[in-house]
Design a protein around this ligand. Structure first.
Ligand code: PHE
Length: 451
């Protein structure tokens, strides 16, 4: 079926897989989206449901998707076809791979626009944020959003950078880059955390994020938290499946996925704490929305010693985090085109990036010229975010859970996942019962059938 040599590379070690997949997982979702979603969804209620979703649905599905990729040894569509054939199941299961490829391409389109904001702020940080007030910072952010050419320019540059990397192949460059960038990102997050503890209001941040407040949990909070758990772990979009297909047999899926999740959740929580410490110390609005980090962190950079350097470093590293995630959004459609159409890797990558770039232009315009164009009350940016994060990702996750839990033969699952005894039963139970039931209930609740 698939032509193995062209894209079916193998990671050099299990640590390489952990780093690269953590590179996919840790991105704008952790440092940009998680803090602002926590802020707009009432803080601790959101964090609590998010953590529950990570443990109960996220980790089991991360393992299941990796397993499907490694067993299927192909791009998401062919991997699903091959595991469905092995299970004697309907070929329609390939749809799971198709949903992933479509969703990843849509995410890439708005992801690249937001990564463009980060590039813009990297340049701003070079000039420094000295003497700026919170009002001048929000004016700077509004001016960026109001300028279609600036948005489209940065979006195009980001997409181009991705194109150049993915054209060159995944293993060497990406692996090496991740080995340097991920520890550096971690160091910067720790530095910010230190600043948050010493110079900002960490106690208020801890209260906001971890104060037990179950009565604040609503249907919207639950759907947002579940959607974000999927988003942050890169689930259901074929990225994990494709990366899993490059994973050597014999590597423990459970252990690697656990490390990846710990790194991903750890970075999100630490970034969130640091940012809210600054928000509260400066009397800013936690529910500021998507511009939250761009309006808060520069205040801290303008006040801390060597703040200019830290500011530049921070935005560069967020850009790199976004970059290692965007690459994983390009790879599923690329591997599909290469393996299915016989297209070379270069034209395949160019086609994928072009489509996402083109849709991204509409996203960029939805902040200014097209801000009045709305469907279901959502502008193009919110629409794509909602469609992918709150619908396609949970849908793909549900199908992956049903397939791995009920369609695949148990012996094959056990063989591939490599867990024994109680640990296997725990994971299998989460995939067979907890994930599908939870996802279905949340869906039904949202469309108003129950609750
Ligand atoms: N997990 C990435 C983030 O948190 C986004 C992503 C989603 C990447 C889906 C790949 C697939 O930024």
């Amino acid at each position: 079926m698939s032509s193995p040599s062209s894209v079916r590379a193998h990671w050099s070690s299990r640590w390489a897989f952990i780093l690269v997949t953590a590179g996919s997982a840790i991105g704008l979702g952790n440092i940009w989206k998680f803090p602002y979603m926590t802020g707009t969804n009432g803080g601790s209620a959101f964090v609590l449901v998010y953590l529950a979703c990570i443990v109960g649905i996220g980790v089991p599905l991360l393992m299941a998707e990796t397993m499907l990729g490694r067993r299927g040894q192909g791009n998401p569509v062919d991997a699903m076809r091959s595991v469905a054939t092995e299970a004697g199941a309907n070929q329609l299961w390939q749809v799971v791979g198709a949903i992933g490829i479509l969703g990843a391409s849509l995410i890439l389109s708005f992801y690249s626009v937001v990564a463009g904001w980060i590039l813009d702020y990297t340049v701003l940080a070079v000039h420094g944020f000295d003497g700026m007030s919170k009002d001048s910072l929000s004016a700077i952010f509004s001016a960026l959003l109001a300028d279609p050419w600036r948005l489209i320019g940065w979006h195009s540059l980001f997409m181009l950078l991705n194109l150049l990397v993915v054209i060159g192949g995944v293993t060497g460059g990406i692996e090496r880059a991740n080995k340097i960038l991920m520890p550096a990102l971690f160091a910067i997050v720790l530095l910010l955390l230190g600043y948050g503890i010493v110079a900002a209001d960490m106690a208020a941040a801890v209260r906001f994020m971890f104060h037990f407040e179950p009565q604040a949990i609503s249907a919207t909070v639950i759907l947002s938290a579940m959607g974000h758990a999927f988003f942050t772990l890169s689930l259901g979009m074929g990225a994990i499946m494709t990366y899993g297909s490059y994973l050597e047999r014999g590597t423990s899926i459970a252990r690697t996925c656990l490390y990846i999740t710990l790194a991903d959740t750890g970075i999100a929580l630490l970034a969130g704490l640091s940012i809210f410490a600054i928000v509260f110390a400066q009397g800013l609005e936690p529910a500021a929305g998507p511009g939250l980090i761009l309006q808060t962190l520069p205040l801290a950079f303008s006040q801390m010693p060597m703040g200019n350097i830290v500011g530049v470093l921070f935005f560069v590293l967020v850009a790199f985090a976004a970059w290692t995630s965007a690459i994983s959004l390009i790879e599923p459609a690329t591997s599909f085109l290469v393996e299915r159409t016989g297209l070379g890797r270069k034209p395949a990558v160019a086609a994928v990036c072009f489509v996402a770039w083109f849709i991204g232009i509409a996203v960029a315009l939805s902040f200014n010229l097209w801000s009045e164009i709305k469907l279901f009350g959502l502008n193009i940016f919110d629409l794509l975010d909602t469609l992918t994060t709150k619908m396609l990702m949970p849908l793909a996750g549900l199908l992956i859970a049903l397939f791995a839990g009920w369609v695949m033969k148990r012996a094959h699952v056990a063989d591939e996942i490599g867990l024994q005894g109680g640990a296997f039963r725990l994971w299998y139970g989460a995939v067979r019962y907890v994930s599908p039931v939870a996802i279905a209930l949340i869906f039904l609740n949202v469309i108003g059938v129950i609750g």
